[in-house]
Design a protein around this ligand. Structure first.
Ligand code: NI
Length: 152
């Protein structure tokens, strides 16, 4: 595994729409392993592929709920309720703001071998999923800044 350089806000790669993963090969596995190592080294709870300069629909999430999620080609298929809370991003060091997110979501994705998976998450894990999936469409959390009162 290797630590990759994290792209910083202002880099155009963070504003592009990522393409789906179509090949579930060793190259993908190395990338995902590197993303985990890079995320943990930076003390993050999630990381999306454009943050390591790869324009593919991949994210890793460890929201400290006891699970480590690998999301390939994730799609939010259902969302319920809302929550408002502070977020940050490894690509925007030193900046935090409040963002409104769904409270609960269902996400369909694939794992690193291309198997279909579905996750139902709520609370903080749902926030991290939404934040990372936004990265795959070139959206940063600061775009969604709200002045609403935090609910968490
Ligand atoms: Ni981020």
């Amino acid at each position: 595994m290797a630590i990759r350089q994290i792209t910083i806000d202002g880099d155009p790669v963070l504003r592009k729409k990522c393409r789906p993963v179509t090949e579930f090969n060793e190259r993908l596995h190395v990338l995902i392993d590197d993303m985990w190592e890079t995320m943990y080294k930076a003390d993050g709870v999630g990381l999306a592929a454009p943050q390591v300069n790869v324009l593919r629909r991949i994210a890793v999430v460890d929201p400290e709920d006891g699970n480590k999620y690998e999301l390939v080609n994730p799609v939010i298929v259902k969302s319920e309720g809302f929550q408002v809370g502070q977020e940050g991003c490894l690509s925007i060091p030193g900046f935090n703001c409040n963002v409104r997110r769904p409270y609960k979501i269902s996400v369909e994705a694939q794992d690193r071998n291309g198997n279909r998976v579905k996750y139902d998450v709520e609370g903080f894990p749902a926030v991290v999923f939404c934040h990372e999936i936004d990265h795959l469409d070139g959206i940063l959390f600061k775009d969604k800044r709200t002045e609403e009162e935090p609910t968490r």
